[in-house]
Design a protein around this ligand. Structure first.
Ligand SMILES: [Mn+2]
Length: 327
């Protein structure tokens, strides 16, 4: 569903008449979520609004290069004490926390997103599944609304576009994403900083973790395609963090030869959780992972979480082994 112009008009009216606007980061912390949110921060600040940002999770140092990242607060009580007139959330598709907020009717909420699974939980839902990133949904709206996009906003939004399209190389790349990128660069965004910080700039621990992931590649008997496995012991041995393994699935999906259409990275996390990240060039991995592990996402990029499980090596393969329930 593409957002209708009437949604655009209603969203602009709401923004124009609000003075205290809270930007909410929920669900996932990625370049698109944070880039879209911080893009909003600088646009709304330039419009003279009072703006604060609240995240349900701590933001890791991985994202330090996005301008304005230090403005993000995580103290929940701020949300109720500050009393905003409007909330804007970007790139949050399930909005479990946000649905609770909506029920309390504390303030109207506008949601900008590009995920097909977004149920439309907000008061106004500007969801465009054809968009490569939420950042370019936001850019489309900002252009339509004729709001000024300061250079720091341009930098943040370009981060969302670059990270969700792998710098215009992934199959979801659209001419609109490229047009948005061109416009944002003309407004002062620096592509080099984003490319270096988002796609390179790996620590030694991170590179060693990638080395382990490459060494372990195996044919996945469950999902098909190729997979790799990283255990908690690997993270501890290499003093690596889950963020260090963040882009391995995208990288493998790009690098593997054409005979492999699907790649999955299984990563153990504390408390017997396994996080999975699947990427493909054609296979609908959102459907596939939802059938096997109850996850979801985009057709070519999806994720899942398996509880009460660990990864065990069986010959050259790695398997998910369920363990008796831990609470
Ligand atoms: Mn996104």
């Amino acid at each position: 569903m593409s957002p209708l112009p009437s949604h655009f008009r209603s969203a602009k009216e709401l923004i124009d008449r609000s003075n205290k606007i809270i930007l909410i980061v929920d669900e996932r912390l990625d370049g698109d979520t944070l880039g879209s949110t911080l893009g909003w921060y600088f646009v709304l600040t330039a419009l003279g609004k009072s703006v604060r940002i609240w995240s349900s999770k701590e933001v890791t140092h991985l994202w330090d290069y996005i301008p304005g990242i230090s403005k993000i607060e995580t103290d929940f009580s701020m949300i109720t004490t500050w009393k905003p007139d409007l909330g804007i959330v970007s790139d949050s598709s399930d909005g479990i926390f946000l649905q609770a907020i909506i029920k309390t009717k504390i303030w109207p909420l506008i949601s900008f997103d590009h995920h097909s699974k977004n149920p439309g939980y907000a008061n106004l839902n500007l969801i465009d599944q054809s968009a490569a990133s939420t950042a370019d949904v936001v850019w489309t709206f900002l252009k339509w609304a004729n709001y000024e996009i300061p250079s720091l906003a341009a930098q943040a939004l370009l981060t969302g576009i670059f990270t969700d399209t792998n710098i215009f190389s992934s199959s979801n790349t659209t001419s609109r994403a490229v047009e948005a990128g061109t416009h944002l660069i003309s407004l002062g965004a620096n592509p080099k900083t984003i490319v270096q910080r988002a796609f390179m700039n790996k620590s030694l621990a991170s590179l060693k973790l990638w080395g382990t992931a490459l060494e372990r590649l195996f044919p996945d008997p469950v999902l098909g395609g190729i997979a790799t496995a990283l255990t908690l012991a690997d993270f501890n041995r290499l003093t690596a963090t889950p963020e260090d393994g963040h882009a391995i699935s995208n990288f493998l999906n790009q690098m593997l030869s054409e005979e492999y259409d699907l790649v999955t990275v299984y990563q153990e996390q504390p408390n017997f959780l396994i996080k999975g990240s699947s990427r493909s060039r054609q296979t609908d991995v959102a459907k596939l992972v939802s059938e096997h592990y109850g996850g979801g996402g985009h057709p070519l990029a999806a994720g899942f979480t398996i509880t009460n499980a660990k990864l065990i090596q069986v010959g050259n393969l790695w398997k998910v082994e369920k363990i008796s329930k831990v609470d």
